[in-house]
Design a protein around this ligand. Structure first.
Ligand code: S3P
Length: 191
C-alpha cells in the first residue's frame, strides 16, 4: 500500500509510545512528513500549556502535577484530526489516556533495548526522571515497570540504531499490515 493510500484509510492518529530515548519525536516528525500529516509533540504541548519547561514543572510543582497536565493535554490532542503524536514516556502508563488512545488512535510502541536508550538519553540532560541517580539503573527499572504496559499498544516496532528514515520505513510497513488485518469487511470486498 502506498503512503497516499495508507493516509486515505487513516481515520485516527498515529500515537508513538515508548521510553525516553526510543526515538518517538525524531522518528515521529519524519513519519508525519512522509505521510503529509501534522506532527504534534505532547511534551512540547505540555510546556506550552504550562508556560514553562518540563524540568521546571517537575521541580516547582512535582511529578503528580505534571502527570495531571499530561493527562489533560493528551485528552485534548486526541480529539484533534488525525495526526502523528509523539507522547512523553509516561503518558501511556495512565489508564485513562490508554483508553482515549484506543478510541482515537493507533498506538505504536517503539521498543528499544537498554543500550540504545542509554546512548540516546546521554545526549541530553534535561529529563527530570533521570537526574536522581544512575541512568542505567533508572532505565532498567522503567523497562521492568513499563514494558508490560507498552506491550498493550496496537503495533510493536523494534527501535534500532538506524537512520530515522529507515525507522519510518519499518513503521509504515507495520502500519500497513495492521490496517490490512483490521480492515472493515465490506460486502463484496476483495480485500
Ligand atoms: C517522561 C518522559 C519525558 C517527559 C517527562 C517524563 C517519562 O518524555 O514526558 O520527562 O515519564 O518517561 P520523553 O519520553 O519524550 O523523553
Amino acid at each position: 500500500m502506498s503512503s497516499d493510500k495508507l493516509v486515505a484509510r487513516l481515520d485516527r492518529s498515529i500515537v508513538l509510545v515508548g521510553l525516553m530515548g526510543a526515538g518517538k519525536s525524531a522518528v515521529g516528525r519524519r513519519l508525519a512528513a512522509r505521510l503529509g500529516l501534522k506532527f504534534i509533540d505532547a511534551d512540547a504541548e505540555i510546556e506550552k500549556a504550562a508556560g514553562c519547561s518540563i524540568a521546571d514543572i517537575f521541580e516547582i510543582h512535582g511529578e503528580a502535577a505534571f502527570r495531571e497536565g499530561e493527562r489533560r493535554v493528551m485528552a485534548r490532542l486526541l480529539k484533534e484530526p488525525p495526526h502523528v503524536l509523539a507522547t512523553g514516556g509516561g503518558a501511556f502508563m495512565e489508564e485513562e489516556t490508554r483508553e482515549r488512545v484506543r478510541e482515537r488512535g493507533i498506538s505504536v510502541w517503539l521498543r528499544a533495548d537498554i543500550e540504545l536508550l542509554l546512548s540516546r538519553v546521554s545526549r541530553r540532560d534535561d529529563r527530570p526522571l533521570l537526574k536522581s541517580g544512575n541512568k542505567r539503573e533508572i532505565l532498567n527499572q522503567l523497562i521492568e515497570q513499563r514494558h508490560p504496559i507498552y506491550a498493550k499498544a496496537d503495533i510493536v516496532v523494534d527501535s534500532e540504531d538506524l537512520p530515522h528514515d529507515r525507522m519510518v520505513d519499518k513503521i509504515l510497513a507495520a502500519l500497513n499490515s495492521h490496517l490490512r488485518s483490521h480492515a472493515p469487511l465490506t460486502h463484496g470486498s476483495t480485500g
